[in-house]
Write a protein that binds this ligand. Structure first.
Ligand code: KIV
Length: 263
């Protein structure tokens, strides 16, 4: 299994890191058989698996339950679990209880969105021996303050802000950083200036790794096609066709045949 030391080693050796989201035992068990480097139990679980409108609806219990399922299914993979909405904004005790629950559920590290106002908490988590992955740029937990899911860092002020915050996260001891939906030039500059790996989503090719939501890359998500997304199969159609075929065969009394029956 990968460790946080492999993250920096891969950056040094200029090998790209691949990460995908994973929320359940079934997909964890097939991802365990792939060469993808690490799995993210993202707070996007609230949208993808529970149908909520945003990640604001994820809480620690939800992410912990999904982390446990993924840990049972993918024992060979390095797991990153998201610290959910406001979990780092209600004081140190609340944050540490959340980290405690996620790590005991099987996570090997936690991912924390943003920096301003909770840098001390990030420092404390790192100093407690828990690897922290930062997350800057489009931070979906702040969607209402950002005014929607928009590319961040388009003007010089926000570019400076994101650049400075990324340096600070490295100084605080984060072992890696997710950069979401920022211009590729800014992402490249940050990746070149940091010694920790930068994992992009909508951040262009010149970073140290990429992350996508599994359901998006498999083409299972209906009607979601942002510019940064590449789909690698038409999963939704494929699964629908199989279920329609099963339905037809049941109605037409083709399934089950004698070969699927006990004597
Ligand atoms: O929760 C999630 O899926 C994420 C990725 C978009 C990086 O945080």
């Amino acid at each position: 299994m990968m460790t946080i030391h492999d993250f920096s080693k891969m950056k040094l050796e200029q090998k790209k890191i691949s990460m995908v989201t994973c929320y359940d035992h079934w997909s964890a068990s097939f991802l365990n058989e792939t060469k993808v480097d690490c799995l993210l139990i993202g707070d996007s679980v609230a949208q993808v698996m529970h149908g909520f409108p945003s990640t604001v609806h994820a809480d620690t219990d939800m992410i912990a339950l999904h982390t446990q399922a993924v840990a049972r299914g993918a024992p060979q993979k390095f797991l990153v679990s998201d610290m959910p909405f406001l979990s780092v904004r209600k004081g140190l005790l609340e944050a540490m209880n959340s980290v405690d629950q996620l790590m005991k559920s099987g996570a090997h590290s936690v991912k924390i969105e943003g920096l301003t106002g909770h840098d001390d908490i990030i420092k404390n988590i790192v100093e407690s021996g828990v690897p922290v992955m930062g997350h800057l740029g489009l931070t979906p937990q702040s969607v209402h303050q950002l005014g929607g899911y928009k590319v961040q860092g388009k003007d010089p002020e926000t570019q400076d802000f994101i650049f400075t915050a990324s340096k600070r996260l490295e100084d605080l001891g984060c072992f890696s950083l997710v950069l979401e939906c920022v211009p590729h030039t800014l992402a490249q500059k940050i990746s070149e200036h940091l010694s920790i790996p930068v994992i992009g989503i909508g951040a262009g090719p010149n970073v140290d790794g990429q992350v996508l939501v599994l359901h998006d890359l498999l083409g299972l998500t209906s009607g979601f096609k942002p510019k940064f997304l590449k789909t690698y199969s038409d999963g939704r159609e494929l699964f629908k066709e199989s279920v329609e075929q099963y339905n037809l065969e049941v109605k037409d009394q083709i399934f089950p045949s004698m070969s699927e029956s006990y004597s």
